[in-house]
Structure formats: C-alpha cells, structure tokens
Design a protein around this ligand. Sequence first.
Ligand code: HEM
Ligand code: CU
Length: 539
Amino acid sequence: MSVALAQPERPDYLNDGYGIKSWLLTRDHKRIALLYLASITLFFVLGGIFALIIRLELLTPAGDLVTSQTYNKLFTMHGVIMVFFFLIPSIPAVLGNFLIPLMVGARDLAFPRLNLLSWYVYVVGGVFTLTAAITGGVDTGWTFYTPYSSTYSNTHVVLTVVGVFITGFSSILTGLNFIVTIHKMRAPGLSWFRLPLFVWSMYATSMIFILGTPVLAISLVLVGLERIFRIGIFDPHIGGDPLLFQHLFWFYSHPAVYIMILPSMGVVSEIITCFSRKRAFGYNFIAFSSVAIAVLGFLVWGHHMFVSGQSVAAGVIFSGLSFLVAIPSAIKVFNWTATLYKGSVSYQTPMLYAFGFIGLFTIGGLTGLFLATLGVDVHVHDTYFIIAHFHYIMVGGAVMGYLGGIHFWWPKISGRMYPEWWGRVAAVVVFLGFNLTFFPQFILGYLGMPRRYHAYPPEFQVLNVMSTAGASILGIGYLLPLVYLTWSMRYGPKASANPWAAKGLEWETTSPPPTENFLETPIVTEEAYAYAAPGATHV
Ligand code: HEM
Ligand SMILES: [Cu+2]
C-alpha cells in the first residue's frame, strides 16, 4: 500500500457547497432531511427535559417540586412538543425525505422547493409554540379539550394552537410531495409491487397527512375563534357543543397515532428482511395492511369518547370497529415473525431496535384491545393505564423504529459507521429503561391512579419511584446515540456503499450519495428483497 493514487474526490451531497447559506437555501432532499434531523432532535431533547421534570415531581406523593399550575403546563408542553413536533414529523421528514427519492431511483422529490418550504413552515410553527411555552405556557393538555381550552383556561392557548396549525401545513405539503413522487418518479422497472415496504408505509402515512391534518387544523382554528370572538361553537352557554371538539379532534388524532406508528413499521420491514437475509414473507399483505390501517384508522375515533356520554349503540359500534384495526396490525407482526423464521439472523444494532419494536408494539397493541373493550375502558379511562398504553406504542414502537432506522441508514446518511458496540449497549439500555418506566404505569392505572395529577396517595409511591428510575435510565439511553452519532460524523470509519449487503436502490449509490443521487438512472429488474441466504431453505 505504498503508492496511493491521488483520486480527486467526487463531490457528495455533504461537501457539494459549504456554508450556512448553501444549507438554508438547499433544494436537495438529503440536506433538507438533515435540517429536519437537527430541528427534530432539538424538540426531542426539549420534550424529554419536560418529561424528566414531570417524573421528578411524581417521585414523591406530596407534589412538592413544582406547583400544580406549573405541572399542568409541563405535561401539556411535553405532549404538544412530542406529538406535533417530534413523533409526527420524525420518520417521514427525516428518513422519508432522505430515502424516498433514493429508494424509487429518482434524483429528488417531485417538488424540491416545496420540500424546503415545508421545513420552514415546520420551523415557524415551532417558533410560535415555543414562544407560547416561554412566555407563560399552556395548561390544557395536548388534546386541547373544550370548553376548558376555549373558555376557562387563561394561558396561551391561541399562540400554541396557531403553532400547531402552521406546522400542520408542513405535514400536508410533505405528504403531497411523497405521493406525487411515488406515483410519478419510479425508476424504469420499479413496479408498485417491487417497491420497498418502507415506501408503502410512507404512502399510507401520506394519505393520512393529506386527509386528516386539515380536520385538525380546522378544529384548532375554531378553538382560537371561540376564545377570541365567542362565536358559540363549543361553549354551551352560547349555543355551542363541547363534545363537537372531541369528535373533530379525534377524527384527526386517532389516524394521527397511525402517522406515528406506520413509518416505524416500514422501517422494521426493511431491517428485518436485511438482517435475516430473507425476502419479506407476505409482501403484499404487509404492503396492503399499511393502507388498511390508514383507512380503518379514520373509523374508530369514538373509542376515545366511551365515557363522554355517547349513545350505547355508538359505543358498541366504535368498540367493534376498533377491534378491526388489530387485524392488519397482527398481520404485520405475523409476517415479520415468519420472515425471521429460518433466516440467517444477525443481531446488529438496527436489528435490536427492530426486535424491541415488535415486542413493545405488541404489548401496546394488545392493551389497545383492552381499551377498545367498553367495560374495561370505563374502569381505566383517564388513568395511568392509558399513559402506559400509548407510550408502549409511541415510545416503545415509534421511537424504537426511528432509532433503528437512523442506525440502519446512518452509513448512507453520514458516510460513516457508528461504533457498533456502543450502538448495542444503547439499544439495550433504551429497552430496559423503557420497560422500567412504563410497565409500572399499567399497574398504577389499573389500581386507579389518575393521569395528569401532580400529587397522589402514598400507596402509589413505590411504582412511581420505579417509573422515575426507569425514566432516568431511558434518558441516558437516548443520550448515548446523540453523543456517538455526532462523534461518528467526524471520526467514524468511512462507510462503503453497502455495509449491510442490503438490497434496495439506496444501497447502489455511494455513501454519502452524490447530489443527484445516482450517476445514471438505475433500472430495476427484480423484486424487492431478493436475498438468498446461504444454507437457508426458504428465500
Ligand atoms: C397502533 C398505534 C396506536 C397508537 C399510536 C395509539 C395511541 C394512543 C394514544 C395517544 C392514546 C391516548 C389519547 C389521550 O391522550 O387520551 C390512546 C388511547 C386509546 N387507544 Fe390507542 N393507540 C394505538 C393503537 C390502538 C389500538 C389498536 C386500539 C384498539 C384496538 C387502541 C385503543 C385505544 C383506546 C380505546 C384509547 C382510549 C382510552 C381512554 O382514553 O379511555 N389503540 N391510544
Ligand atoms: Cu384512538
């Protein structure tokens, strides 16, 4: 190795132009993905700090760390930030933006300028909501239930919902961009049923973005108008109906919970096939179950309103429809398991997260069925059982998938490898910390501890201490990737084009990819996941 030929380095998307301006005005989907990564990480850290203060408050029964008013603002800001500014945009805006053009063999998304605009819209929305937080906060809970939010709360409701409203446009524009790209810009030979499953999940997610987000936007505008002009939409004193808001809100927000989980399911499908070196078992079923979840998700909002006084008939119908959603979800879990069966499985970091996802999502999904059962829900409604249920889905599921995806595609994104040992350590710490945080909450809720209270009877303390301890471990678990991924951006060993020997067009270009993604248009000649493991009897 004495004479290294001085090869002029081909520019990749990271070194093709320097300086702040070249980033802030970029139209490259990969750079925009990194802009999102930075801003979303910031929100995640903020939301996480709020969460830790909440858990510290609940360490003792007396409610002695912060006042009850401050406590209400803390859990509201935690929820608003995590849901609207982290979970909803996380995988679509970061991984979707980065990967969809690469996966379909295109040079960029269909509307690159619109993509950049989406990021600015997201940031402007974030600035509004953060301003509300800094100048006094909001205490309605992330669900903004009326008539409290529209009439009685004297906090910054309007500023907060304006921020969420603005950010909604970012979702809509991103969804539009993805759908057009997936329809119109697939490489020659890339038929619908050769698409990576991640692309299918993004397609389903985009449908919800476009069909659901406007409903949320309108409901929030109505809350604002009601507060300012007293127009009588939600306040019964002036002819309004407070339950109307719950219908409008959940008509969006139940589908929105699938916005948070479907993308992770797509990520998990990619990771499982790659690290078991098998084609996806039941590809069509996995693909269509994403679409089925998106459609069914619009029919079940009433399961959030079982105790709001809706008719028994409505309750029974919503209960039954909720059970239906379990079918496509179970199909996915079954097909991932069948994909693993007789595969040559390896346990790299992304795969550990994928396993974590499957286990935790299953617990979250099954407890969802408890909640969909009318009689059980009446008992645990608005208790910690609910908190545990949706954190198993949204943190155990969605965040695990997000971290798994970030690790899986990190070599492609940064052109560097992360330290594998640290990766595995972090994955295990996250898994253990997560379960210690949220499992006790199922028991707490079952025993009757209500959610959103800043003090509680002493008999609940032991389980709360466990939960707070778990949250601290979880916090460390999240901090680790933040540190070593940042480190690897500079010092990590250079990654090859395809370090996992994975299938998919994104692995056929260099790491990191050139600005135009591919030097020549790729042509697709085989199905997705054409892995053949040596020694495997099934491929
Ligand atoms: C798959 C992803 C899922 C996610 C992300 C999710 C998320 C959530 C969230 C955020 C809440 C709490 C809302 C609040 O603040 O009040 C919730 C409550 C609920 N979920 Fe899920 N969920 C999922 C799956 C399911 C499934 C499959 C079912 C039923 C088949 C279900 C049934 C329920 C019910 C009935 C409630 C309301 C309980 C109550 O407030 O009394 N969920 N879920
Ligand atoms: Cu729901």
